[in-house]
Ligand binder design. Structure first.
Ligand code: 3PG
Ligand code: MG
Length: 404
């Protein structure tokens, strides 16, 4: 790792910490989730060492329903840290500066949603962001900057890339562990079979991952919307929009040639579902073999149990398994069989494993699996995909560039 970590930071200082507490918001209520629990460890460690800890984070984007204040986030974070977390409804104005100045050693403060500050969002270089009033004003109040927001590290926003140019900078514990696990597929050598489970709704993500990792991954197991598009390319009458669906045809038009080429050139690396599940007239889960589908008349919502058996065997023969995206609509228990079946197989074997991408990791707590049975459960979405495909993460790059 080529950035400084908390091990390099002298205790007892005024520390500005960027977290990613971006959370689902339902009817105005912020939902607790794994991000709070993870970042709480970094915050607690700093507070326990006697640092004055000031946290910044974002929530939603201007104009969206989930663009709300971080007041509720402070209370949720406090529960996880096990210490008070004060909140100030200001980012870098006089009220914020006063609240920062009023902290004692070991106390924690959360600033208002950084995206309420005009300097935050427009993507720009670290040099440009370092010059903003937001960064210059706030940096003057601190001895050090800690970036723990790996899951937002693909954004060139002021709070993520501006501060490392003006303050001694360090990676927090979440940044450190996410970075290490999510780059393992590119950086580590595994002796045995490396398997990647790819699903979810976006064909371009799946294609990107398959193109970037063809040398590193021995076997790709497909599911989800993307998996059905690959079945269509293989000649089956699935992977198209029927009765009100709007998921397949546009993606097909844009990606059909690429998918066909992937199947042709790397077909022996790719395993597709052999059966699919759907909802029958009684509202029960029913399954059909892909080769028996004469015409798609309704949506498929999961891979079938024969497919799960095949994928289960592959996982058990693997030395490393990376999961990106769900194999079905796991939020509905009837269609959780594929996603949960694969996760259970991973949990039961002692392969190196990383689970991430969108909401996939939510299946772990929804179905009573233990996070301890995986090497790493990522809290990142877009940044996880970018790490897998080898795209740069600007906020990580600037931490590395400014490390001494
Ligand atoms: C996320 O939740 O995906 C990250 O916090 C980044 O948020 P954004 O997609 O709104 O930039
Ligand atoms: Mg996002």
């Amino acid at each position: 790792m080529s950035f400084n970590t908390l091990d390099d930071l002298e205790p007892g200082q005024r520390v500005l910490v960027r977290l990613d507490l971006n959370s689902p918001v339902e009817d105005g209520t912020v939902q607790d989730n794994r991000r709070f629990e993870r970042h709480a460890e970094t915050v607690r460690e700093l507070a326990e060492r006697g640092d004055r800890v000031v946290c910044m984070a974002h929530q939603g984007r201007p104009g969206d329903d989930d663009f709300v204040s971080l007041r509720q986030h402070a209370d949720i974070l406090a529960e996880h840290v096990g210490r008070d977390v004060r909140f100030v409804p200001d980012t870098y104005g006089p009220e914020a500066v006063e609240a920062i100045g009023g902290l004692d050693d070991g106390e924690i403060l959360l600033l208002e949603n950084v995206r309420m500050c005009e300097d935050e969002l427009p993507e720009a270089t670290p040099e440009e962001k370092a010059e903003t009033e937001f960064v210059r004003t706030l940096a003057a109040e601190f001895d050090a900057y800690v970036n723990d927001a790996y899951s937002a590290a693909h954004r060139k926003h002021a709070s993520l890339v501006g501060f490392p140019l003006v303050l001694p900078s360090y990676a927090g514990r979440v940044m450190e562990s996410e970075y290490e696990a999510n780059t393992a597929i590119a950086e580590r050598e595994f002796d045995g079979q490396v398997t990647m489970v790819v699903g979810g709704t976006k064909a371009t993500d799946v294609i990107g991952v398959m193109n970037a990792l063809d040398e590193k991954v021995d076997r790709f197991l497909l599911g989800g919307i993307a998996g059905e598009l690959f079945l269509r390319a293989a000649g089956y009458p699935v992977g198209e929009d029927v009765e009100g669906l709007d998921l397949f045809d546009e993606q097909w038009e844009q990606n059909a040639d690429t998918i066909r080429a992937l199947l042709e050139e790397r077909g022996d690396q790719i395993t597709l579902a052999k059966d699919l599940a759907y909802e029958d007239a009684e509202g029960e889960r029913a399954e059909v073999l892909v080769e028996d589908v004469a015409e798609k008349t309704q949506g498929f919502l999961d891979v079938g149990t024969d497919t799960v058996a095949v994928y289960d065997d592959v996982v058990r023969d693997s030395e490393a398994v990376f999961v990106k995206g769900a194999l079905g609509l796991f939020e509905d228990e009837r269609f959780s069989v594929g996603t949960v079946g694969v996760l259970e197989a991973i949990a039961e074997t002692d392969c190196f494993s990383v689970v991430g991408g969108g909401d996939t990791s939510r299946a772990i707590e929804m179905y009573g699996l233990s996070e301890d049975d995986f090497s790493h459960v990522s809290i990142a979405g877009g940044a996880y995909i970018r790490a897998l495909t080898g795209d740069p993460l600007p906020a990580v790059e600037v931490l590395e560039a400014e490390a001494n």
